[in-house]
Design a protein around this ligand. Structure first.
Ligand SMILES: *Cc1c(COP(=O)(O)O)cnc(C)c1O
Length: 360
């Protein structure tokens, strides 16, 4: 068996110890005689798993007591609708900050449910940055302010938590959640799909301040009403049980590594290795302003795009896979989530250096 270094943006690489434990427990979870996929979500075994998953998530992010953690389905794209349905709370509109492809998706979907004020955008500079907080045209009467904390496609990340006063801050953290500590109390709501940094696809995490729950629009599907989900402990409908179990193994793995502080140190070291190399030569370039570069998704371009195919082919041959950039941005993208070891980033940099020497 050969495992590659997988730079996929999502679904993405998982820590090998997690996959090994899942394999070992596949047929018989802890003496139950069943796979976790075969268990009733209301049975005593899965009830135990779900309670541990929730407790570990709350511990990792130090979630304050007045926040609910919900385990939902539909991914971040469904949440783009579920958020306005639950969070408009009778307000006419919400503020959105446009930092790229995922912000645009959120904005387009929210417009189906209420007014959207795009309070700031970096479109004019090709989505190469987060618009400085001082330029935002916020509406004090907005229901909430929505940001995408990390633009998975463009590789633009917030390295500050914007102060938006008393208006709740809502963040799509799909591709940065658990990459470093976050002060949850600064947000009204945090959401994200699992398949970037947490586990397999199929699970959406929602962390929401209690007082914001209970105001869903009447058209909201019952299974997507935060109050209903919260009251039923995320079991109003069947939750994605196996994905939750794997997410739980990932949470344990992160705790074993030293928690989110340790993750941040590792992630900063990995990103620095790659960006420092990119900045040290002219063959590869980063399209993102230095102070907004993502620790998780690193887009880069070759000086001559005619060499892209050869670059990707050579990378594949070395077991460095899924490096092709998103079609909107072109070039390359290395996603280096928590599960990517520094050895994988070093192998990529070694290959980039060698390719540039050969073809530059
Ligand atoms: C991947 C991603 C999405 C889309 O998630 P789905 O699970 O496909 O709905 C949305 N926002 C961000 C920031 C993402 O990285």
């Amino acid at each position: 068996m050969t495992r590659v270094y997988n730079f996929s943006a999502g679904p993405a690489a998982l820590p090998e110890p997690v996959l090994r434990q899942a394999a070992a427990e596949m047929l018989d979870w802890q003496g139950s005689g069943m796979s976790v996929m075969e268990m009733s979500h209301r049975g005593k075994e899965f009830t135990r798993i779900a309670a541990q998953v929730e407790a570990d998530l709350r511990r990792l992010l130090a979630v304050p007591a007045n926040y609910r953690t919900l385990f939902m389905q539909g991914g971040a794209i469904a949440e783009n609708a579920i958020v306005p349905m639950n969070m408009l709370r009778g307000h006419a509109s919400a503020d959105y900050i446009d930092t790229g492809a995922w912000s645009q998706r959120s904005i387009a979907e929210a417009r189906r449910y209420g007014g959207v004020n795009v309070a700031a955008s970096s479109e004019a500079t090709g989505y190469d940055r987060v618009p400085p907080r001082g330029t935002w045209q916020l509406d004090p009467g907005a229901a909430y302010v929505h940001i995408c904390s990390n633009e998975t496609i463009g590789g633009v990340e917030y390295h500050f938590t914007p102060d938006v006063g008393d208006v709740p801050l809502v963040a799509d953290m799909s591709s940065s959640i658990l990459s470093r500590p976050v002060d949850v109390s600064k947000y009204g709501l945090i959401y994200g799909g699992a398949q970037k940094n947490i586990g397999p696809a199929g699970l959406t995490l929602v962390i929401v301040r209690e007082d914001l729950i209970g105001h869903a629009m009447p058209c909201t599907p019952t299974a997507f009403d935060y109050q209903v989900v919260a009251e039923h402990g995320s079991m109003y409908n069947t939750p994605p049980t196996y994905t939750m179990y794997i997410a739980g193994l990932v949470f344990q793995w992160i705790l074993d590594q030293g928690g989110l502080q340790a993750m941040e140190a590792r992630n900063r070291a990995k990103a620095a290795l790659l960006y420092d190399y990119i900045d040290s030569q002219d063959f590869y370039t980063s399209p993102v302003q230095r102070d907004c570069r993502s620790l998780m998704n690193v887009p880069f371009r070759l000086a001559d795009p005619a060499l892209d195919a050869a670059f990707l082919q050579g990378a594949d041959a070395r077991g460095l896979v899924q490096l092709k950039g998103h079609r909107i941005v072109g070039g390359m993208r290395a996603s280096i989530y928590n599960a990517m070891p520094i050895e994988g980033v070093q192998a990529l940099v070694d290959y980039m250096r060698e390719f540039a020497a050969r073809r530059g």
